[in-house]
Design a protein around this ligand. Structure first.
Ligand SMILES: Nc1ncnc2c1ncn2[C@@H]1O[C@H](COP(=O)(O)OP(=O)(O)OP(=O)(O)O)[C@@H](O)[C@H]1O
Length: 412
């Protein structure tokens, strides 16, 4: 086995995303990695939580990897993909995959870890055969703070994935699973069409004008009227900031959360070029007597000012979308660009999550991101299909670079 690439788990954001992206890229490109100080910047001691463990174990099995140190709370793991793992997957030719968690760990963060593998692993195989869809059911939490909610995934993430050339992914929410005041786990099924050809480079550079805004409220029934009133006030006050000179198109939907500790609001703006910008907030604590209206007002004000800030920056991605596209830029054929907007005439810096994803992609598959959000991808799978790309040279290049580095260190 080639010497694993070492990733320091406290780098930049230093959380679970570093681990998910690193293991996914490792599994796809058969690049062994060791991660130390996993989630070292998180409180509570870091290490693998159930959601991270589930993702690593699935990717390990899918890529026939030799795993060491992998267990709950592990702070150091080695992930060394083997040969032939990909071809042994039961879903290679369509079928069902079930990934179960016993805790409300975010189903959409598990998806974040496994989706690129599922999409890319079969490129070049079974040319000429009908491409069969894969149904992936994940159990756990669907509405968990600091992760993409099932609503965000349906309304923002999946439409944005379609926009960059990923075959449309259908989502079905069977049951919501909340992190607090739990009344059982949730689950979602995603119907995915794996790629058979490398992903072409994509350009998300034309933001367009804001055409419509959709508000999704999930809260106890008696909170509905105040949510709607507060949204009316915000839309009336900020109409020009949101829609410019266009006629406002606003849609508001309400779902009873049936729990006094579940207040959720998602606002999604759709532009004339099909871009979706989303911001949300989950308030899942108890509300003191008489304070319900104040809590609702602050949720509405926070989410709407976050969305308006996104709109004013003119970016083609919201803050959370930006880091979630990095893996696709890194694997596509050629240079993909994602415009991150401007604030006070200067380009908006990528978030710490996005910078972390850039760093992981550089370390594991040697792609570099420029200041404008551009990156020339490795063209994953291009070797198998004859398209242009350098994915297949990757392991050789990496091994060579490491040998040269060893010689350099020995020479010093
Ligand atoms: N409100 C949100 N909407 C959409 N995506 C989100 C939202 N909040 C966070 N994310 C995304 O979820 C991911 C969270 O990564 P992070 O490393 O913080 O996750 P984690 O596995 O929960 O780790 P940790 O427990 O270490 O924080 C990032 O891709 C981030 O962009």
């Amino acid at each position: 086995m080639a010497k694993p690439i070492h990733l320091q788990g406290t780098t930049l954001e230093g959380g679970g995303q570093l681990l998910r992206l690193a293991t996914c890229l490792s599994a796809l490109t058969s690049t062994p990695i060791t991660i130390t100080d996993i989630r070292g910047k998180r409180s509570g001691g870091g290490g693998l939580k159930a959601q991270h463990l589930t993702s690593v174990q699935w990717l390990g099995a899918a890529s026939n990897a030799r795993l060491s140190g992998v267990g709950l709370k592990s702070k150091e793991i080695t992930f060394a993909p083997g040969k032939g793992g990909i071809s042994r997957l039961e879903w290679r030719n369509g079928g069902d995959v079930s990934i179960k968690q016993n805790t409300p760990g975010s189903v959409n963060l598990v998806l974040q870890a496994v989706l690129p593998f599922m999409l890319f692993a079969n490129i070049g195989s079974n040319e000429g055969e009908e491409i069969k869809k894969v149904r992936v059911k994940i159990t756990g939490g669907t509405n968990v703070s600091n992760s993409p909610s099932c609503d965000y995934v349906e309304q923002v993430l999946m439409p944005m994935f379609s926009l960059i050339g990923i075959p449309p992914i259908e989502t079905q929410i069977h049951a919501r699973g909340w992190s607090q005041g739990s009344s059982g786990l949730g689950s979602m099924t995603y119907t995915i069409k794996p790629l058979r050809k490398p992903l072409p480079a994509f350009q998300l550079v034309e933001r367009g004008e804001i055409k419509s805004v959709r508000a999704t409220i999930i809260a106890p029934r008696d909170a509905e009227a105040h949510f709607r009133d507060e949204l009316d006030v915000v839309f009336a006050q900020r109409e020009a900031n949101i829609f410019g000179a266009r006629e406002p198109e606003i849609e508001v939907s309400f779902e009873d959360s049936k729990h006094e500790k579940r207040y959720y609001l998602l606002l999604v703006a759709t532009t004339t070029t099909g871009i979706k910008l989303g911001r949300d907030w989950l308030y899942d604590r108890g509300v003191r007597a008489g304070k319900t209206d104040a809590v609702i007002s602050s949720i509405v004000r926070k989410v709407s000012s976050d969305l308006i800030e996104e709109i004013e920056q003119g970016a083609c991605v919201d803050e959370h979308m930006r880091d979630q596209l990095v893996v696709f830029q890194a694997l596509a054929v050629g240079k993909s660009s994602v415009y991150g907007g401007k604030r006070k005439a200067a380009l908006v810096e990528p978030s710490l999550h996005a910078k972390t994803a850039h760093w992981v992609a550089k370390e594991v598959i040697d792609v570099a991101f420029d200041d404008e959000g551009g990156c020339k991808g490795i063209g994953f799978g291009a070797g198998q299909t004859g398209d242009e790309g350098h994915a297949d040279e990757l392991s050789t290049d990496k091994a060579l670079a490491r040998d040269l580095e060893k010689l350099r260190v020995a020479g010093n």
